[in-house]
Design a protein around this ligand. Structure first.
Ligand SMILES: C[S@@+](CC[C@H](N)C(=O)[O-])C[C@H]1O[C@@H](n2cnc3c(N)ncnc32)[C@H](O)[C@@H]1O
Length: 231
């Protein structure tokens, strides 16, 4: 049965992969990585564990137009299928944990449509916000705390409704323009952690005033806001 391995690469530091992830990357005949412009962070991590010639980049355009995205997914699925047919297995590796906003789950239905008896194994990993909490030396939740994970691509209304009930909100896909206009970053929240490039050499993580937003226009940035201050 053809097998596609979904490998979670963790937040960026190659020391933060699971043993199973490393095993699969070392053994897979080919490893696909998402890239939108040239060498990606996923590719840089994968190249610690396998030869460059085994890595294949798949282009995922970062656009909202679903027709363009669907076309790219169709094209990428055909490339994955041809490798699966030739070698019987291959891996697809992406950052953080694959269950969170990953291209892996966008691609999978297109591959499954072409190969009905496809088997998959999904290897979990360290999500970016867990790495951020570890670097900031704070817990994300204690006791009966409620956490929300919010991509700032969501509508402002949904973001505010959800954040109202949460003790901790994790904001991904940062857009400074959206944050500035959100009520949740007001006085209700006592602590904010700003994190850029968590777990890598370029990491910047600090407990900060939520108003300090200028530097957060980077793609690999997230914010954790907590209703109650920890320490
Ligand atoms: C498409 S989501 C993927 C999330 C990923 N699957 C995970 O488990 O963390 C991409 C967003 O995750 C956040 N992110 C990913 N890696 C990060 C890192 N090393 N440091 C800070 N934020 C990161 C950023 O908010 C980025 O816009």
């Amino acid at each position: 049965m053809p097998t596609l391995y979904g490998v979670s690469l963790g937040p960026g530091n190659p020391k933060l992969l699971t043993l199973r992830a490393v095993e699969v990357l070392r053994e897979a005949p080919k490893v696909f990585v998402p890239s939108s412009k040239g060498i990606s962070r996923a590719e840089a991590i994968v190249s610690y564990f396998t030869k460059k010639r085994r890595i294949i980049r798949l282009d995922f355009p970062m656009v909202k137009d679903e027709a363009i995205v669907a076309k790219a997914l169709q094209r990428n699925a055909s490339r994955v299928c041809s490798i699966l047919q030739r070698y019987g297995s291959c891996a697809y590796a992406a950052l953080g944990d694959l269950s969170l906003y990953s291209t892996f789950w966008r691609l999978y239905p297109y591959v499954k449509e072409k190969i009905h008896d496809l088997d998959i194994e999904v290897i979990p990993g360290v999500p970016s916000f867990c790495a951020c909490a570890a670097s900031a030396k704070i817990p994300l939740a204690l006791g009966d705390d409620i956490i929300t994970i919010i991509p700032l691509s969501a509508s402002r209304e949904r973001i505010e409704n959800l954040a109202r009930y949460a003790d901790t909100s994790i904001l991904l896909k940062i857009k400074p323009s959206v944050i500035r206009s959100l009520k949740l970053v007001g006085k209700e929240y006592q602590q904010a952690v700003l994190a850029i490039h968590c777990s890598t050499d370029d990491e910047q993580v600090r407990v900060a005033n939520i108003k300090e937003l200028e530097e957060l226009s980077k793609y690999f940035a997230l914010i954790i806001v907590k209703r109650r201050k920890f320490l």
